[in-house]
Design a protein around this ligand. Structure first.
Ligand SMILES: [Zn+2]
Length: 66
């Protein structure tokens, strides 16, 4: 794994300051709060809001509509 746990612990989402988690496939870092996914390029996380993509929460959570 290119990104160490130590590095993950000091990184934070620049948009909401929440922690980020490495995606299971290692392709990016996902914010636990706003679900932005920051890309990893050449083993370097790109922690820029402009570079982030927003992953919709279709994996395990459906937005509740009332
Ligand atoms: Zn965030």
């Amino acid at each position: 794994m290119a990104i160490s746990q130590d590095l993950l612990e000091i990184l934070a989402c620049p948009a909401c300051k929440a922690k980020v988690e490495l995606k299971p496939d290692g392709s990016g870092l996902k914010c636990v709060e706003c679900r932005r996914v920051y890309p990893i390029r050449d083993d370097i996380p790109v922690m820029l809001v402009d570079e982030a993509t927003i992953e919709d929460g279709t994996e395990d959570q459906q937005p509740e509509k009332s």
